[in-house]
Design a protein around this ligand. Structure first.
Ligand SMILES: *Cc1c(COP(=O)(O)O)cnc(C)c1O
Length: 449
């Protein structure tokens, strides 16, 4: 699309007016062809899963909270009967099937979905360092050894982040003995910076947005071979770590007797910032479930970077300021103006939809989820909470096929962060959310094509 005509497009026009939008791509071609188009080798998922298993004994030692799960960092899957009832009473539609929550808000060690991608990338780097030092990279005992730590000290890890990626990279790199620097954008919370500094991480504060923090990190890393830069805008290693969630989710669904197939579709609602987390999870889920899973990305109304990139076809060549948006949002983990350099370009044919959500809906969502389920999340993690009812409404009104809200349809809302939020901050989120409770609605313009 030509830049001049962008806002004439009804979807981009709605984005530009920062009005909530649900854009569903119900006519996507079957998934089989989409895998070839990505140019990605799916063995990257099994390789990443094997790496995480190799490190499990080290995790169980280094982070006792992972011991019960044998050193595997994974979150639970929960039935959300309370939220389902509350939504059915208040959101103007009746969700007919099951509602599940994926509890990445409670992922061990770093408390957000970033533990998936971030840990994987740091571990992959640790293996490279071990090999370079002629140590046995495949033996988990290597990573607790004196010789590994002596080597690790001479390498550093650098990352730019709005907060949660910095937490996952910082905590894990420090635990392995790397020196580590986190470049934080202006929206990063003070407590995240303080927590990292306590663990010996160097935190560099930037007054600019996310992409500036990333650029500063990239520049600081330069091309020094002893410095590893974790590039949230284009890392395949992060992507691979996120993608491992899918096979584990399949096992959790099977354990609960939840069946997913063409007649029992799974609709997954994923909060989206730069696109790496939801992109990786989507790639993994499409491998596991093919066309039986539908993945919808949820973004703030003022920073819909992925929706804009995919809709315009310009991907990372366009940012939300180009259509007059501020990029500012209370959902700090999603405060991203320009999307990933590879997710949209490669994975667009796999993403079933995009939704934008107002800040007040997310803020209210924090309080609503606490009321309905007793679960405490950060505002970013609330981006998907109302989306099942948007679809239920649209299906009731005939604007969407009935399969988006049938008794056989399973909606899964991915909760992406929260357990690390200090109690005082959480109280403030809850208080603010309760004051905004009226704003918790499923209202949005629907574009289905
Ligand atoms: C980072 C983050 C996301 C989105 O991940 P991206 O890779 O940036 O798209 C969602 N929720 C939370 C809480 C996050 O920290």
């Amino acid at each position: 699309m030509e830049p001049m005509t962008l806002t004439a497009d009804p979807v981009i026009g709605t984005l530009a007016r920062s009005e909530p939008l649900t854009w569903l791509r119900t006519g996507l071609p079957p998934i089989a062809g989409a895998f070839a188009e990505t140019g990605l080798d799916p063995t990257l998922i099994t390789d990443a899963a094997a790496r995480l298993r190799r490190f499990a004994p080290w995790f169980a030692e280094a982070f006792p909270e992972t011991r019960a799960a044998g050193g595997i960092v994974e979150s639970g899957l929960a039935e959300a009967a309370g939220l389902r009832a509350l939504g059915n009473a208040r959101l103007g539609a009746h969700l007919r099937g099951r509602l599940l929550l994926k509890r990445d808000d409670a992922l061990p060690v770093s408390g957000s979905i970033k533990a998936r991608g971030g840990f994987h990338e740091v571990l992959e780097f640790a293996e490279a360092v071990a090999r370079e030092a002629s140590l046995d990279a495949e033996d988990p005992r290597t990573y607790g050894s004196r010789s590994f730590r002596d080597a690790a000290r001479t390498y550093s890890v650098v990352v730019g982040s709005t907060g949660n990626l910095g937490m996952s990279i910082g905590i894990l790199s420090a635990a392995l003995g790397f020196s580590v620097t986190v470049h934080m954008s202006a929206d990063a919370r003070e407590w995240k910076k303080a927590l990292l500094r306590e663990r010996g991480v160097e935190v560099v504060e930037h007054r600019g947005p996310f992409d500036e923090a990333v650029a500063a990190g990239r520049a600081a890393a330069g091309d020094d071979p002893r410095v590893h830069f974790v590039d949230d805008e284009s890392s395949v290693s992060l992507f691979a770590g996120y993608a491992t969630a899918a096979a584990r989710l399949r096992a959790q669904l099977e354990e609960r007797g939840v069946r997913i197939d063409a007649r029992h579709p799974l609709v997954v609602h994923l909060p989206c910032g730069v696109g790496g987390g939801p992109g990786g999870v989507t790639y993994g889920l499409k491998r596991e479930f093919g066309d039986s899973v539908r993945c919808v990305f949820a973004e703030p109304v003022r920073s819909p970077a992925m929706a804009l990139g995919v809709r315009s076809g310009l991907h990372s060549d366009i940012c939300v300021q180009d259509i007059g948006l501020s990029g500012l949002t209370a959902a700090d983990g999603l405060a991203v103006s320009r999307p990933s350099r590879f997710i949209g370009e490669r994975l667009a044919p796999m993403i079933d939809g995009f939704a934008t959500v107002g800040d007040a809906v997310m803020q209210a969502g924090v309080a609503v989820l606490e009321e309905a389920e007793g679960i405490r999340i950060e505002p970013s993690a609330a981006a998907g909470l109302t989306l099942p009812w948007r679809m239920a409404r649209a299906a009731e009104a005939g604007g969407l096929p009935a399969s988006w809200n049938s008794p056989e349809t399973v909606h899964l809302v991915w909760l992406t962060g929260g357990s690390m939020v200090p109690a005082e901050e959480m109280e403030a989120y809850l208080e603010q959310g309760r004051a905004l409770a009226e704003e918790f609605t499923a209202d949005a313009a629907l574009f289905a094509e």
